[in-house]
Design a protein around this ligand. Structure first.
Ligand code: IPD
Ligand code: CA
Ligand code: CA
Length: 262
């Protein structure tokens, strides 16, 4: 895709994230009015997730009617591998959101030519906006951001993600290896936001045995454009799949990989 089309997608993704983030934030300020449903073990959803996705999808499909769309709440729409695809998690970190904790975000990726082209992660509570476009670097609130220069897991915090797809044994193995390397874990309940923290140099890495494409594709581009390294998640799992993720500063990437259970 050309630079002009990429910039147009980035501008639209930022506008959609800010608008949808405002809708989600209004629900966040009035959590008692929401009916919460359970989708499974430690997996909640409410009308806030669905309404926020409707706002994003409505705006992006109006601006780019030929683009395909994958959203956590509405599923895949016209994904045929030929055209560009929006991959969206309207609220990543639904659990902290519903508990009144500030660590949740809107995540919007645009994928074309077999790669992430645009990535936007927006935390409406802190008003922090993380953006990247392929070949154009990554920014936090308009300023360039970079992964941290580290060579050991002891030099910072590593984000650990966990859902019901991770077994107790897998989680224990990773935690044991991290502690043995004098590392320390961080978990805030949002994979997308934690990955954005890695891109901004606030954390040094992220590891999770299973994450979905809509949780991570936007933030993976942030990390790549901020000088970090990640496993080829898109090539491995596509825009609708899920699997393990390892991402971080280049100096600790191999060390993060060695934490994975066999
Ligand atoms: C989850 C969060 C969590 C991660 C899970 C995701 P949700 O997304 O990102 O941090 O560990 O893998 O499914 O349910 O809050 O949108
Ligand atoms: Ca998610
Ligand atoms: Ca979600």
């Amino acid at each position: 895709m050309n630079a002009q089309d990429r910039q147009a997608r980035l501008d639209a993704a930022v506008a959609a994230a800010r608008e949808a983030g405002g809708v989600a934030l209004a629900h966040f300020r009035d959590l008692g009015a929401l009916t919460v449903e359970s989708k499974g073990v430690q997996d909640l959803v409410s009308e806030a997730d669905r309404e926020t996705e409707r706002v994003i999808k409505g705006r992006l499909t109006a601006d780019f009617p030929d683009d395909a769309f994958v959203g956590e709440e509405t599923g895949a729409d016209r994904v045929d591998g030929e055209r560009g695809t929006w991959v969206v998690d309207p609220i990543d970190g639904t659990q902290p959101f519903l508990l009144g904790l500030p660590t949740w975000c809107v995540s919007i990726a645009y994928v074309a030519d077999d790669d992430m082209q645009v990535g936007v992660v927006y935390n409406p509570v802190t008003d922090d906006l993380y953006t990247a476009q392929r070949g154009g670097g990554a920014t936090l609130n308009g300023k360039p951001m970079h992964v941290r220069e580290v060579s050991s897991l002891s030099e910072g915090l590593t984000g650990m993600g966990c859902s019901s797809s991770t077994t107790p044994q897998q989680l224990g193995h990773i935690a044991e290896g991290l502690r043995a390397a004098d590392g320390m874990y961080h978990r805030c309940g949002s994979g997308a936001l934690t990955l954005a923290y890695v891109a901004a140099g606030q954390l040094i890495g992220y590891i999770e045995m299973h994450i979905n494409a809509w949780d991570c594709l936007a933030a993976l581009l942030l990390i790549e454009e901020a000088g970090g390294r990640a496993n080829p998640f898109l090539a491995e799992h596509g825009v609708t799949g899920g699997g393990r993720i390892i991402a971080g500063a280049p100096g600790v990437y191999d060390k993060l990989t060695s934490l994975l259970p066999a």
